[in-house]
Design a protein around this ligand. Structure first.
Ligand SMILES: [Zn+2]
Ligand SMILES: [Zn+2]
Length: 266
């Protein structure tokens, strides 16, 4: 089976400290056939201030240095955060010809809500969580309409902090209709979603979202571990493939030069 992990961070991300070579070696050791480095490019910083300009050159240099002879195919990607805050800047960054793959993610509240990174917020009540989730859905609707991304990244992301870390009893069911519209938009634009395993932690909760995407006509799904350390590379990928099959998908995707390639899950 051809296992591919399409969401990894190297030391080119502010929250990573390992080289692409180290991550690639770990991927080969974990039995991956392919990986894609998707370092952070966030249009807002963690406090919500505009973060400019973004320079892809250091990432590209490190990538070119690390690519050969690892026993695993290494692709060059980007995790683009907060694209709706500046669509033309997002288009400009993602038009780089070297890029194989772009994950469109949201890591911050919108600027009108203060723009803070979800990670740095203390979720003191369920009411506050839902206020922020409303904003998250507003942003996700805008993101889905853009052209700059290939897959919508970790759609259930804020739950990592609201529910898993701060133990708030929040659920996405009340957003099902809005999520369906978001997935429908992505599917109609021939875009995909990623099943983010969060280093092997979150899997079962993806099933209803995967089924909804399939029902919307969605075909493109990538799998990523979101590893920031070598020991997390590839975590949950095998189980994610099984989950995709269970949801009814026959293919999982990898990307080369922004084009989806379909790998059979049979
Ligand atoms: Zn992310
Ligand atoms: Zn990430």
């Amino acid at each position: 089976m051809y296992f591919a992990d399409l969401h990894l961070h190297s030391r080119c991300s502010p929250d990573g400290k390992y080289s692409i070579s180290q991550m690639a070696a770990a991927g080969a050791a974990a039995g991956l056939s392919e990986l894609c480095v998707t370092d952070h490019c966030d249009l807002l910083d963690v406090t919500g201030q505009v973060a400019r300009p973004f320079d892809l050159a250091p990432l590209e240099a490190e990538f070119l240095d690390a690519v050969p002879q690892k026993g695993v195919k290494v692709r060059f990607g980007l995790e683009l955060g907060e694209a709706p805050e500046d669509c033309s800047e997002a288009e400009k960054i993602t038009s780089h010809p070297r890029l194989d793959f772009v994950i469109g993610s949201l890591h911050n509240l919108s600027r009108k809500m203060g723009g803070k990174d979800y990670y740095y917020i203390e979720y003191s009540s369920e009411a506050l969580c839902y206020q922020y989730l409303n904003d998250y859905m507003d942003q996700m609707e805008k993101l889905a309409l853009l052209d700059c991304y290939d897959v919508l990244g970790h759609i259930i992301y804020p739950l990592r902090f609201m529910r898993d870390r701060d133990r708030r009893d929040v659920h996405l069911e009340r957003y099902w209709d809005r999520l369906r519209m978001i997935l429908q938009t992505a599917a109609q634009k021939n875009k995909g979603i990623e099943l983010n395993t969060n280093r092997g932690r979150s899997l079962g909760e993806w099933l209803p979202i995967l089924r909804m995407f399939l029902a919307c006509g969605g075909e493109i799904v990538t799998v990523g571990s979101d590893a920031h350390r070598p020991e997390d590379v590839g975590k949950g990928v095998k189980d994610a493939y099984a989950l995709l099959r269970e949801a009814g998908f026959r293919y999982v995707c990898v990307f080369e030069k922004r084009k989806a390639q379909f790998l059979s899950l049979a």
